[in-house]
Design a binder for this molecule. Structure first.
Ligand SMILES: *[C@@H]1O[C@H](CO)[C@@H](O)[C@H](O)[C@H]1NC(C)=O
Ligand SMILES: *[C@@H]1O[C@H](CO)[C@@H](O)[C@H](O)[C@H]1NC(C)=O
Ligand SMILES: *[C@@H]1O[C@H](CO)[C@@H](O)[C@H](O)[C@H]1NC(C)=O
Ligand SMILES: *[C@@H]1O[C@H](CO)[C@@H](O)[C@H](O)[C@H]1NC(C)=O
Ligand SMILES: *[C@@H]1O[C@H](CO)[C@@H](O)[C@H](O)[C@H]1NC(C)=O
Ligand SMILES: *[C@@H]1O[C@H](CO)[C@@H](O)[C@H](O)[C@H]1NC(C)=O
Ligand SMILES: *[C@@H]1O[C@H](CO)[C@@H](O)[C@H](O)[C@H]1NC(C)=O
Ligand SMILES: *[C@@H]1O[C@H](CO)[C@@H](O)[C@H](O)[C@H]1NC(C)=O
Length: 395
């Protein structure tokens, strides 16, 4: 059996955005309960800025008095045109995020975004020209930030699912060493999450307080308009980035897909296209940290109108060569209860000694239609080995 491989990979790295424009018409619905959206470095007196997605941004000066605002050049996203630079000597600079929804044990998505500008902000310490500093959350290290300087409009974002310990969440920036690069930040966001998503219920059941997002890939033929999906399509404002695939490996529909019956509540439009190949394909996570646990949420919806009953499209999922769905084959039509309905399936794995996690979707001989997948989220669980977890996925 041949299998399509190396077509795609699950990269657990910082999300890179290449001048993605946020150009959807503003949504009249304002369901942003609990959102905190900070425009770092904006004039303290600036009025609330509503972007094209209908998200309201406020100057970070309301909660941050340290550091200095810097205009870094023109970017298509006005929010990235300015930043706050922390050039002082403090061991760290902290944003304390709080509102009525931030309570002990509640779940949140926290996202920090960065654009260093079109010309160098300052000369980074490293000869490779990348800016390096640290992000911390509630005093624990979140990640080492590494921002290559390109001199164009490419920008970066780090995202994490976190459980509040108190009635505030501290997000801090720090130099990697006393004489390391001065940290900076363009935007900082907090979004409440329900405890019922697969990743948050996994955090709940393992008692862990953080999951780091690797990627949220939406497999699609590259249609510019669909290159990026967030709020208001996604009520939690998750970023779904288009992972371009060749038309011959894709299945597309114009019919709307309902994401509301799936526990993970994906925006319907990310399910209108999927990656597919006759006998199957493999998704590869390379350079994973050996001994760490990774969580992948695979999203599906049956969008081929020729599939009209359960049993017609069935496939298996193997993780590093071992059958994962040991109970029964994956049958999207059956799990989602019909076509044009969303379902998800979670795979938890640890890398093989060479750092790889290979997720194979393989056809089974009785299936009339090939395996497919519409989107994949990948997370690194904070420092813990997998423990008992009963999946709360659909179906
Ligand atoms: C920015 O430069 C990098 C490195 O040369 C390149 O990979 C990337 O595609 C560029 N992005 C844009 C938006 O031009
Ligand atoms: C940082 O510390 C150095 C000496 O350690 C001092 O000379 C300098 O003024 C300090 N800078 C700031 C911004 O506090
Ligand atoms: C979270 O965990 C607690 C204790 O294990 C459990 O009682 C509760 O039902 C869990 N909540 C969810 C949403 O899974
Ligand atoms: C549905 O599946 C059949 C068989 O694989 C294929 O020939 C057809 O092109 C598919 N339709 C769409 C819209 O992808
Ligand atoms: C979707 O709609 C466009 C424009 O109406 C059309 O060109 C395209 O063929 C349609 N695609 C499918 C899969 O129906
Ligand atoms: C994935 O499937 C292909 C084809 O069956 C196989 O050659 C490959 O070894 C599989 N990879 C893993 C890691 O199971
Ligand atoms: C499917 O594979 C199984 C196990 O390899 C085999 O027993 C069965 O006969 C096959 N069914 C068909 C329809 O080929
Ligand atoms: C993981 O956490 C334990 C205790 O919570 C700690 O001893 C260990 O060093 C941590 N490992 C890593 C890789 O951070």
């Amino acid at each position: 059996m041949t299998i399509l491989s190396l077509l795609t990979s699950i990269t657990l790295s910082i999300i890179v955005f290449q001048a993605i424009l946020l150009l959807w018409p503003g949504c009249s619905v304002r369901a942003q309960d609990g959102f905190i959206s900070l425009d770092c470095g904006a004039e303290p007196s600036s009025p609330t800025y509503t972007d094209n997605n209908g998200i309201d941004w406020v100057p970070d000066a309301s909660i941050m008095q340290e550091g200095e605002p810097v205009e870094v050049g023109t970017h298509s996203d006005k929010l990235l045109s300015r930043m706050r630079l922390f050039a002082g000597n403090a061991s760290k600079y902290c944003y304390s995020l709080s509102n009525s929804m931030v309570k002990s044990k509640a779940f949140f998505l926290v996202r920090a975004s960065f654009w260093a500008g079109a010309s160098p902000l300052y000369k980074p310490q490293s000869v490779d020209g990348s800016y390096r500093f640290q992000l911390l959350i509630d005093a624990d290290k979140w990640t080492d930030v590494k921002l290559p300087f390109f001199g164009n409009t490419t920008w970066w974002s780090h995202e994490m699912y976190v459980r509040a310990q108190h009635d505030s969440i501290d997000v801090c920036l720090a130099r990697s060493s006393p004489d390391g690069d001065a940290p900076f930040i363009s935007t900082l966001e907090l979004r409440p999450l329900p405890s019922t998503l697969t990743p948050t219920s996994y955090m709940n059941s393992t008692g862990r307080d953080a999951l780091y997002l690797g990627n949220r890939d939406d497999y699609t033929t590259a249609v510019a308009e669909y290159s990026f999906t967030r709020y208001p399509y996604d009520s939690f404002d998750r970023f779904w980035t288009s992972f371009g695939i060749a038309a011959e490996y894709s299945i597309i529909t114009n019919k709307s897909v309902d994401g509301t019956n799936s526990v993970n509540l994906p925006p319907g439009r990310i399910l209108q296209s999927a990656l597919t190949f006759s006998t199957g394909f493999q998704l590869t996570l390379s350079s994973g940290e050996v001994g760490r646990t990774y969580v992948f949420v695979l999203y599906f919806a049956e969008i081929n109108e020729s599939v009209t009953a359960k049993g017609q499209r069935t496939f298996n999922i193997e993780v590093n060569g071992v059958l994962y769905n040991t109970e029964e084959p994956i049958d999207v039509f059956d799990r989602a209860v019909g076509a044009y309905e969303a379902t998800s399936y979670t795979v938890i794995g640890s890398p093989s000694p060479n750092g790889e996690i290979i997720v194979n979707l393989t056809t089974i001989n009785s299936s009339l239609f090939p395996p497919f997948v519409a989107a994949v989220e990948s997370f690194l669980l904070n420092n813990v080995t997998s423990s008992a977890f009963s999946s709360s996925d659909d179906g």
